[in-house]
Ligand binder design. Structure first.
Ligand code: FAD
Ligand code: SIN
Length: 536
């Protein structure tokens, strides 16, 4: 068991974590920034981003007002306007910075101008992208830039287990306790199986989303909502968890795969059209914007058509598009489809909705401060107020960069005032033994993902949500028993975290007596006349 001190502890090495680390390393060259990441540095949701980054770029055709309006419309009344304005207005500067750090975006043929794509809910072409591999390119550029700073240390295979607060010093901490503080975290070192105590002046949570709570998701297996679960256990505030975004078009692969492969919304922006198996267009029956309506609308429409027809999937027709252009824009998508015997130029691409993005998360203010002192959050694990009830496509990478920047700026004023707590005890693993039946953990995980998919999916009802709650409680009890008696493993911790995330989604969904944005329930199909955030 090691005990370490670091000035700034960053949990996560995706776009939020690395952008923040780079900015802070420049500001505080004498301070150590320790970045923990639970597998390898390059593995994150960021890496899989396809469509790109939304930012007002072509000032002649586009402007901030349009991007703000598009974001507010998608968010269905629940966005915080001041936050939307901040992100949209500061966004282009943050994009310019990552371009300076080496991130490449596609340009128009024989022109210095960026090739701007369009996605659902956007009134203009404003998505900067690198083929269909934007996230991979951003992750690469950030890792290379971060490696240039000797004061950034990236520790791979380190799993943050719990945030350290006054609770670990023997004080009673409940959700209404004022001034809860974070002194670092306990982390499991996968390389030696030990649990280390990591003490910091400040901790920044950049742990990403929790799509793995559903059976079918575009999120990689690391996306288990650890940050949200840790904050909730530490009695911090979490909000709007019912708004889990289902991407309308993940590739339907009868062989099944985890994660599900995404067919970017940019394909529809490029002219791909949603159709039934018989080749009939159907989106015009649901929304005047057709295949380019916001995600909540399109995902529900596909779900409804599948149920009505008893179909396993719907289809995206790209056969009318120019082959050369399609392959140049979407080389990865083209290759993936070919690998399962679908040629997008000859066959319609079978698609189904899959869980994609967590719009809610750790409640933060306009500079990324959580309800726990000395703890900030940025990126998908946070709830800033930008997305409201439904995130606008390609606003997530932008938000992560804007908030990473804002937190780094704020630290300039704060860091000196925060010292280490030396009286934090080491992790107590007494009385635990190795689990005799690891299979129980995998079985519970399978059950959990099925419960969430059957009962807390795209269309909800009181009865379904209650069923989910009852079953989740059983899983919770069994898993807590396992946790008390067996040696910690990342698998067990991820299961616990996912159960917490599932509970938070289901409870917020039960409490919302209306249908808004991504939350649709047959018992309350209308919107309430007043706006309520679900803060837990
Ligand atoms: P992530 O990039 O997910 O990084 C999380 C990090 O935290 C990882 O390094 C992980 O290892 C680490 N971590 C997690 N838990 C722990 C723990 N317990 N201990 C230690 N480390 C931990 N958004 C857009 O704006 N545009 C797009 O085109 C787009 N396309 C997408 C396509 C796909 C397939 C997916 C899945 C998402 C897409 N998104 C897109 C969403 C976007 O990619 C994510 O919201 C964003 O990348 C999240 O960044 P992040 O830094 O918050 O988290
Ligand atoms: C996509 O490429 O469709 C994903 C974009 C996003 O999630 O913002």
């Amino acid at each position: 068991m090691a005990r370490r001190k670091t000035d700034i502890l960053v949990l996560g090495s995706g776009i939020a974590g690395l952008t923040f680390a780079i900015k802070t390393a420049r500001k505080f060259p004498k301070r150590e920034i320790l970045v923990l990441t639970k597998t390898f540095e390059g593995e994150s949701n960021t890496r899989y981003a396809q469509g790109g980054v939304a930012a007002v770029w072509d000032q002649e055709k586009d402007n901030f007002t349009k991007h703000i309006e598009d974001t507010l419309i998608a968010g269905d009344g629940l966005c915080k306007r001041d936050i939307v304005e901040i992100v949209v207005q500061e966004g282009p500067d943050r994009v310019r910075e990552i371009i300076d750090w080496g991130a490449r975006f596609d340009k128009e043929k024989d022109s210095p101008a960026y090739d701007l794509a369009r996605e659902g809910g956007h009134s203009e072409h404003r998505i900067l992208h690198y083929k269909d591999l934007t996230g991979w390119e951003i992750q690469r550029a950030l890792m290379e830039e971060a490696a240039r700073y000797p004061n950034i240390r990236v520790q791979e295979n380190y799993f943050a287990l719990d945030l350290i607060t006054q609770h670990h010093l023997g004080y009673m901490v409940i959700r209404v306790t004022p001034n809860i503080e974070c002194y670092g975290c306990y982390a499991f070192n996968r390389d030696n199986g030990e649990i280390d105590t990591l003490l910091s002046r400040v901790t920044v949570l950049c742990t990403g989303g929790g799509g793995q709570v559903y059976k079918s998701t575009t999120n990689p297996v690391i996306a288990t909502g650890d940050g949200v679960a840790m904050v909730y256990r530490a009695k911090g505030r979490v909000e709007n968890m019912e708004f889990m975004q289902f991407h309308p078009t993940s590739l339907y692969n009868p062989a099944g795969e985890n994660p599900s492969f995404l067919i970017s919304e940019a394909v529809r922006g490029f002219g791909g059209i949603l159709k039934t198996e018989d080749g009939e267009e159907f989106m015009q029956h649901y929304d005047a914007r057709g295949s380019l309506a916001p995600r909540d609308v399109v995902a529900r429409a596909i779900d409804a058509e599948m149920k009505k027809r008893g179909a396993e999937c719907m289809y995206l027709d790209c056969r009318h598009l120019n082959k050369e252009d399609f392959v140049a824009h979407f080389p990865t998508i083209n290759e993936k489809c070919l690998s399962i015997g679908i040629d997008p130029m000859r066959n319609m691409i079978p698609v189904v909705p899959a869980c994609h993005y967590m719009c809610g998360g750790v409640l933060v203010d306009e500079i990324g401060r959580s309800s726990i002192r000395r703890l900030y959050a940025a990126g998908e694990c946070s709830s800033t107020g930008l997305h409201g009830a439904n995130r606008l496509a390609s606003n997530s990478l932008l938000e992560a960069m804007v908030f990473a920047h804002r937190i780094a700026e704020d630290l300039e004023k704060q860091l000196e005032a925060w010292d280490y707590r030396d009286d934090v005890p080491d992790w107590n693993a007494e009385g635990t033994s190795n689990p005799s039946e690891m299979v129980l953990i995998t079985q519970s995980l399978k059950e959990l993902r099925e419960i969430m998919s059957y009962y807390v999916g795209i269309v909800r009802s009181n009865l379904r949500l209650q069923r989910a709650m009852d079953r989740l409680y059983l899983l919770y009890r069994e898993t807590e028993e396992l946790y008390k008696n067996t040696v910690i493993s990342p698998q067990l911790m991820e299961l616990r975290n996912l159960i917490t995330v599932a509970y938070l989604i289901t409870r917020s969904a039960k409490d919302r007596h209306e249908s808004r944005g991504l939350h649709f329930t047959t018992d309350f199909p209308e919107k309430l006349p007043f706006i309520e955030h679900s803060i837990l």
